[in-house]
Design a protein around this ligand. Sequence first.
Ligand code: ZN
Length: 413
Amino acid sequence: MSSVQFTITHKLDGTLARAGKIATPHGSIQTPAFIVGGTKATVKALTPQQVDELGGQAVLANTYHLMLQPGAAVVHEGGGLGAYMHWSKPTFTDSGGFQVFSLGMAYKKGIDATSHSEKGSGDLATHSTHQLAKVTDDGVTFRSHLDGTKLTMTPESSMELQHAIGADIHMAFDEATSPLAGRQYLRQSLDRTHLWAERSLKQHNKLNEQHREHDEPEQALFGIVQGGREEDYRRESAQLLGHMDFDGYGVGGVYEPGEISHVVRWVNETLPEHKPRHLLGMGAQPADLFLGVEFGIDTFDCVAPTRQARNGALYTYSGRINIKNARFVHDFTPIDTNCDCYTCQHFTRSYVHHLFKADEILGAVLASIHNERFIVSTIDHIRESLMDGSFYAYKQTFLNQYYGAAHAKTYLS
Ligand SMILES: [Zn+2]
């Protein structure tokens, strides 16, 4: 039996949308849910208590970063991810595949690594692009962004690392393809991802058996569906992985909210209905959340809310603002009068503006609390709207107000 149990409690008639619950050894996640980005076993600028208070239900850490620093063995010695970072609720890790690949591809294509790293990879963008990932059917060879050490990751080693880190839910090792990859390369890559899915699952089952023998909690593994923007590849991938004994599924390689209504739909129309589905590296834009849910996604993760917060880019219900802008000097209202977060209850735009201008670290803390709460609260309302049947009305009102009617149209058709 799987170590996580997924229950669907509500479905929105005639759509793929559902609300439910994922029960894990560390408590339940009410879905749809935003999984807070905890890349290096920390949600940047926030204590676990603050993450809990703003309604965070689970955090997602990154295997690539933790294998380099402090090392998966250290996290294991510290009691596993949750105990090590003092987070008692559910935890996720991603396989490390995305980070290992993103810089290699950025290097090969001669494009800016920033656009990739924004999708949830942590801080790779700040490092030079002399690294190059080399892919074979066995695995990937790459260089550490910290000291250039040459390393190899295979499906088996990714499983070993993720079991040592010990999250409740972890991800199969897949090949993350560039949004620029053509059909021919996608074919080759997809075959590899499917082969790696089988190898990941085999190694994962072996490691879970060891957990059982040692009376340790077992972990759950999600398979990752790839296939770019090609409908036949996406459906094939969902079909093939759907027949394998994964505990749930991740949808990888989706880069824009506009892709959700077709790419995610193809996948979720094909995957088995009774298993949870995670959209990897999306959720920085409210449109991601509404469209993801509408097309059958249960959980999201993204590091962008805190990253944007540290840059002074703050969500409000009428769109994003940059708090560093001079127009806020004399603005003594909250970031958003409709937000119930700690920041908005106690501080003004003027004060947060001042903290940013004076380079005070409290600015990053208050901004991060607000942005995370904004996203978490939005997904909470989406969940409630699925339960009482008001999803489409809520979607329309929210997106019109956030993006303006003209832009919102793109997401409302
Ligand atoms: Zn707020």
